[in-house]
Write a protein that binds this ligand. Structure first.
Ligand code: SAM
Ligand code: SF4
Ligand code: SF4
Length: 380
């Protein structure tokens, strides 16, 4: 039976960010109300995509009549870079470009060149990465690397061509994404991460073929629990395959040992493949599981999201953002004023949707009575 599709409402309105009366200077460390630092920024560079993954942009909703943002609404590369510089001054060390499909944004390499120039307060380059569906990677991998991109994460929900074509719902062949992966590897965009969203009953049979394929390749395969993000994918809990089950199935064939978190704020739990001696064998590599539904990790969430037209979202499940674009355009705010506005917004943050999921209203919105923005709009 097809999942019920909820008609979309335009939830892209936001509070306009204001410069606070009391200045909040950028000191390189900024904490929210729950003591979480701001270290990680995801920037959505387009709300468009050439795929129609049913868990993200179902075709019935994202059709030819869908009101995508007009070009004039999008932040320019200069505007994005200016904001990114201010975020870096507040302590952001990692920037991930996302979307929609980020490689659809024209001349994305020029943005990467600009972002690659930015430095943290202690003079380090930012960790600059990008999440893509891989469809255009074969063509673009080298230019992205030359522009200063360090790594890519490629989304891949299975190796079986039929399963893959039906999940992207535009009949896109898996072979082309695999060619893109090879191109990214050859260009040095590694270590490459591969994200697989697992939907029970849809692609769960792809878990083991994916593990077999990527074990020992240096690429890190990560399994993501299907999330109730947005309002259009008709999410149901019974389609979530818990990460613990993914680990159990893989461990039956390949023994696994738990590994430490690689960095604070890292959302994936890591498992290493064991060698003949039962210890982690780095040559065989590791997998990650992201248990956004069954094991909330809000207390370490140090991530902000900037939408394609400059709205700052403090949680993937937020129902509204803070519009920074008027500060850049109409109000012509200085960098200090923008820093102050961002500082004030982050200091007021108390979002922890996944931890509260079980206690929320039946529509599952983080704000009672409100609905949520789409993943394709604020980026995953
Ligand atoms: N188009 C790019 C891609 O697919 O990699 C970047 C944007 S996409 C929104 C970012 C990530 O979000 C992808 O890895 C995708 O699989 C994941 N994602 C989208 N909807 C999801 C959902 N309902 N649950 C879990 N992950 C989801
Ligand atoms: Fe497009 Fe990525 Fe969403 Fe799939 S997950 S529809 S590729 S934005
Ligand atoms: Fe962060 Fe919100 Fe996800 Fe919790 S639910 S981990 S606060 S984005």
């Amino acid at each position: 039976m097809a999942s019920p599709i909820i008609p979309i409402a335009d939830l892209r309105s936001a509070r306009t960010a204001r410069v606070p009366d009391l200045a909040v200077p950028a000191t390189g460390v900024l904490h929210d109300r729950l003591g979480r630092p701001l270290t990680d920024l995801r920037i959505s560079v387009t709300d468009r995509c050439n795929f129609r993954c049913s868990y993200c942009m179902p075709k019935e909703v994202f059709d030819k009549d869908y009101p995508y943002l007009p070009h004039s609404a999008l932040l320019s590369f200069e505007e994005i870079t200016r904001l990114a510089r201010v975020f870096a001054a507040h302590g952001v060390r990692k920037i991930r470009l996302t979307g929609g499909e980020p490689l659809l944004r024209k001349n994305i390499e020029l943005l990467i060149e600009q972002l690659a120039q930015l430095r943290t307060p202690d003079g380090q380059p930012l960790d600059l990465t990008l999440t893509t569906n891989g469809s255009l990677l074969a063509r673009k991998a080298k230019a992205l690397k030359d522009a200063g991109l360090q790594r890519v994460t490629v989304s891949l929900d299975g190796l079986d061509d039929e399963v893959f074509r039906s999940m992207n719902d535009v009949d896109f062949p898996v072979a082309q994404v695999l060619t893109g992966l090879d191109a990214a590897h050859a260009a040095g965009l590694g270590p490459i991460k591969i994200n697989m969203v697992v939907k029970r009953g849809t692609n769960e049979n792809e878990i083991l073929p994916m593990a077999r394929r990527f074990r020992g390749t240096g690429m890190v395969l990560r399994f993501i629990e299907y999330m109730d993000v947005g309002a259009t994918n008709g999410w149901r809990m019974d389609e979530v395959l818990p990460s613990s089950e993914v680990v159990r199935r893989i461990a039956e064939e390949f023994p696994l040992v738990p590994l430490e978190h690689s960095a604070p704020g890292e959302t994936a739990q890591r498992w290493g493949y064991a060698g003949a001696n039962g210890q982690f064998d780095p040559a065989l590599g590791e997998i990650g599981v992201i248990s956004s539904v069954t094991q909330a990790f809000c207390r370490d969430c140090s991530r902000a999201r900037l939408s394609t037209e400059g709205k700052l979202y403090l949680c993937l499940f937020a129902s509204g953002g803070h519009d920074l674009r008027p500060l850049l355009r109409e109000e012509k705010a200085s960098d200090e004023e923008i820093a102050s506005a961002i500082g004030h917004i982050w200091q007021g943050r108390a979002d922890r949707y996944s931890e509260l999921r079980g206690q929320l209203a039946p529509d599952n919105s983080a704000t009672p009575g409100a609905r949520r923005v789409e993943m394709s709009y604020i980026g995953g």
